[in-house]
Structure formats: C-alpha cells, structure tokens
Design a binder for this molecule. Structure first.
Ligand SMILES: C[S@@+](CC[C@H](N)C(=O)[O-])C[C@H]1O[C@@H](n2cnc3c(N)ncnc32)[C@H](O)[C@@H]1O
Length: 279
C-alpha cells in the first residue's frame, strides 16, 4: 500500500536510526509506552521486544488490519484506532492495568501535527499534563528540533522554545537524513528527547505568564518593552527589566525562562490605571 501524504506517512527504514530511537528511550522491561502512528510497525516491533506494555494509536484504518495481523498475538500490545488528538486513549485503556498510564512516549510522528501533539503530551504552561511522562523520544522535523532546543539569543529561539522548555528539557539525539525514510520527506529530521519537568510549578501565576509571552512575542523583532506597552506602564517595565538584568532594548527572543518568570512575578496583573495613570 503506498504511503499516504495526508497522514504524513514516511516509513523509517534505517536500522541504525531505529536503534538510536530505542536506545534514547532507555527502556526497562517493566515500562509502559505509548507509540503514536505505528504505521507499518518498524518501531513497534522493537518496542514490543523491550517493554511490558505498548499502546499504539494509529489513524489510518487500512494499517490497523496489518498491524493486528503482525502483532495481535503479542500480549503486551494494545492497538487503538483513532486520531491521537481526538481519541481519549487514557480512558480507552483505563481498565487494562498492563497498559494504563504509560510513562514514556516513543514515536515517529506525523510532522503536520507536531505542535498539537506536543501540546497534548506536555500540556500548557497554565495546565501542564499530570502525571507527566518520564520522557518522550520523538522524530520531528529538524527545524522544529532547532526551535525546541534553542537557547536565548539563537536565531531559532522563540515563543515555542520558551513554552516547551518551561515544561520539559529538550535534547537532540541524532540527525536523520531524508534517505532514512521511504518515501523520503523533503526536509531534514532529528530525533529529540524531551524530559518533562517533575516540579509542580515554578511560576506563581502560570496563566499570567502565558499572557505575558503572547504579548511579548506578538510583534517579532520589536523591542520587548514596546510589545508590553499595552499591558504595563513604562515605569513598571523599566523597573522590572532592571531587576532582572534585562537591557532596555532587549527583544523577547533574548530572554531566558528565568527572566520571563521574574518579569511575570514583578509586573503583576496588568491594570488600566498602570497603563493610563490619569484614567
Ligand atoms: C511518519 S509515519 C511513521 C510510521 C512508523 N512509525 C515508522 O516509523 O515507519 C506517521 C504515522 O502516524 C500516523 N498518523 C497520522 N496522523 C495521525 C493521527 N492524528 N493520530 C494517530 N496516528 C496518525 C500515520 O498513518 C503514520 O502511520
């Protein structure tokens, strides 16, 4: 059956890359793992050999029969048909203890829905996913990996870097050239390892931090203080910048997560009187 573009299907055929993905997951025999998009089962086969329970969610109905035929006899395999973004897969396995609450995600995901998948696996700053996964080993587009792993001031560093790095550490595992897939994608790829941060909250007001980030990154390449002017007075911004060693002309793309958290605490909630003191 030919690969379907609309499902982002690119079958991984490099044994070496499959080995790197599995090694990065540091699987233990007692692990329960979630795989998104098992496809024709190249990764699935390796995962099944290494863990106690594997839940695989596949959207393409035509692959379900093949996967069931190939792995259906394995007691540690649970295949769910559906869209990972729509299906309540936790509810679907809640009464199957062998599969419930997987602690790791290992997947070669469809690139066209990377953002929503990350959000569903990590949650948001205001609402992190709990319990958090122990680690996520994902094959993503290189450009996305660059953004997820970037540090302040690097070209790729932006709102996505801050949002994800607030929730998880992110490391590159290896580069994956197009020839490692069939059919080859048009882009370079990278295996990454995300480790969600177990601490409950470091920011005392995550909802406000979300708003601050939205506003701070609203106009790209502009000075941050200009982006924040609609929320805070110049005096408030100057004082908070000084307290966190942020240069007056700094852009949002140069602030560390700690500086964002510091700003969020110091600036407090925006008030009309702060923006327009005579009102
Ligand atoms: C890049 S392929 C990876 C296939 C296989 N894991 C491999 O490495 O060869 C992405 C897989 O995700 C499946 N898929 C696409 N959208 C999906 C969704 N919303 N939910 C679950 N699976 C999806 C595709 O059908 C395909 O099997």
């Amino acid at each position: 059956m030919p690969a379907r573009k609309r499902f982002g299907q690119h079958w991984l055929r490099s044994e070496a890359i499959l080995d790197r993905i599995v090694a990065a997951a540091e699987l233990r025999p007692s692990d329960r793992v979630l795989e998104i998009g098992p496809g024709r089962g190249a990764l699935t086969q390796r995962l099944l050999a290494a863990v106690d329970g594997l839940v695989a969610v596949e959207l393409d109905r035509d692959l379900i029969g093949q996967l069931q035929q190939r792995f259906g006899q394995a007691e540690n395999f649970c295949l769910l048909e559906g869209d990972i973004l729509q299906l309540d897969w936790t509810a679907a396995i809640a009464d199957r203890p062998r599969f419930a609450n997987p602690s790791k995600v290992v997947a070669n995901i469809p690139y066209n829905i990377t953002g929503p998948i990350l959000q569903s696996l990590l949650g948001t700053i205001a609402q992190p996913r709990r319990p958090a996964f122990e680690r996520l080993v994902l094959l993503v587009q290189q450009e996305v990996a660059d953004r997820l792993c970037a540090t302040p001031g690097q070209r790729a560093y932006g709102a996505l870097s801050v949002r994800v790095q607030y929730l998880a550490s992110c490391e590159r595992v290896c580069a994956v050239p197009p020839k490692s897939f069939s059919p080859p994608p048009k882009v370079q790829s990278t295996v990454i390892c995300l480790k969600p941060r177990p601490w409950p909250q470091v920011c005392n007001n995550p909802g406000r931090l979300e708003k601050l980030l939205n506003q701070g990154f609203s106009a790209k390449r502009k000075m941050l203080r200009n982006n924040l002017k609609s929320l805070y007075s110049s005096e408030q911004i100057e004082a908070a910048f000084a307290a966190h060693q942020i240069a007056p002309e700094a852009r949002a793309e140069t602030l560390s997560i700690d500086q964002w958290i510091g700003l969020c605490t110091d600036l407090g909630d925006p008030t009309d009187s702060a923006i327009n003191p005579t009102a």
